[in-house]
Design a protein around this ligand. Structure first.
Ligand SMILES: Cc1ncc(COP(=O)(O)O)c(C=O)c1O
Length: 375
């Protein structure tokens, strides 16, 4: 057996073990009504936005040709970032090719070996990996009491607190006012990942930090373009000096080809659209509230959701897989979310309320979930 054969046999065994634990992942094409994706407003398939983006590509080409610090920085990057900074209500913004690369670029550039980052236990894998890439000390908190205890520990370096404004797997809305108050009282710097809030909260979709007027108390916000905005990419918005620092030190920015015209043109088109879509966003939140209320009355554990992400916690991965399969048979594209994405024993259906869903579809979804889980 060659080394490569041995490796492949080992990988096969690992996949088999994952399968027998109910944790195997396989790519599956969309099938049925979308109650799963993060395309909350249906922008990803919007024909007007596609036309505006195509027009932008016709004018600016398909690629940037190089990293930004080489010859890849073009006037439409500068304009796009100025627009995104204004949208986020911050001084400056810097584009990245994804939220993943924004988080993994940010943390090693920001936090040094002398520093400590206090990170919420539900934070996304890209924050966790960004922190791992940094040399900073890390401590995880689950709630405000735990955060307070960590903030009270005397430390020699800087202290950062990082949270998501809307948690991606629970749908909980973080109490940003409390986080900022505690951080300020203990001289800590706050960073907020707005991945699941951008487009859905605050003025024209600027996010929850802008909605709550906390810009002065938050160093920077991280916005993804691939969720409610339906496009892709991400940007970090904050003070110009921070953005200049990231231009110099965020490795995923420095050593990566500049983001594509389609991404910048698409984001600009969506930002313009959001200025007209406030009623659609309000309607979406009302639909989400209806689903949460209905499932709560039916006795479900929704993990504290207060947003369009409505998780139905079922426990064992096999149970989540079985119920998701029944809902797919009913015509709803539901996927089971299992460890390590969520903690052991909390496998769930991660239902996402989206603007294109009709009231009839939403009612039928609730009815089928109740039927399949409660019998
Ligand atoms: C909170 C959070 N941050 C960052 C990301 C990564 O964003 P992207 O999909 O653009 O890489 C995600 C994606 O799910 C997320 O939920």
């Amino acid at each position: 057996m060659t080394a490569q054969d041995r490796l492949l046999a080992d990988l096969t065994d690992r996949l088999k073990r994952r399968n027998s634990d109910g944790l195997l992942r396989m790519l599956a094409l969309p099938a049925g009504i979308d109650v799963t994706s993060n395309d909350y407003l249906g922008y990803a398939q919007d024909s007007e936005l596609a036309l505006e983006t195509a027009d932008f590509v016709r004018r600016h080409g398909v690629g940037a040709g190089a990293a930004r610090l080489l010859r890849g920085h073009l006037d439409w990057h500068a304009q796009g970032e100025a627009d995104l900074a204004a949208f986020s209500q911050r001084e400056a913004a810097l584009l990245f090719s994804s939220g993943w690369s924004a988080n993994t670029g940010l943390w090693p550039a920001l936090a040094t070996a002398d520093d400590c980052v206090l990170s919420h236990s539900a934070n996304h894998a890209s924050i966790i990996d960004g922190l791992r890439l940094s040399k900073a000390h890390r401590a995880v908190f689950h709630d405000e009491d735990a955060l307070l205890a960590l903030l009270q520990v005397p430390r020699s370096g800087r202290v950062f607190v990082v949270v998501e404004s809307v948690q991606s797997m629970s749908g909980q809305c973080t109490d940003l006012v409390a986080i900022c108050r505690m951080a300020s009282a203990h001289n800590a710097v706050v960073v907020v990942d707005e991945a699941h809030a951008t487009g859905l909260y605050g003025p024209d979709g600027a996010g929850r930090v802008a909605e709550l007027g906390l810009q002065d108390q938050v160093l920077c916000t991280l916005h993804t373009g691939g969720k409610a905005l339906g496009v892709g990419g991400a940007w970090i918005a904050g003070p110009q000096v921070l953005i200049s620092h990231l231009v110099n030190h965020a490795r995923s920015f420095v050593y990566s080809t500049a983001v594509l015209p389609a991404l910048v043109g698409g984001l600009q088109a969506v930002v313009r659209r959001l200025q007209k879509d406030a009623a659609a966003v309000a309607d979406l939140h009302a639909k989400a509230e209806w689903l949460r209320t209905t499932l709560t009355i039916a006795g479900f554990d929704l993990d504290g959701s207060a947003s369009c992400i409505v998780p139905v916690v079922l426990g064992a991965p096999e149970r989540a897989l079985a119920v998701a399969a029944l809902l797919r048979a009913d015509g709803f594209d539901v996927r089971a979310v299992r460890p390590p994405t969520v903690p052991q024993g909390t496998s769930r259906l991660r239902l996402v309320v989206r603007a294109p869903l009709t009231h009839d579809q939403l009612h039928r979804l609730a009815e089928r979930v109740i039927l399949h889980v409660k019998g």
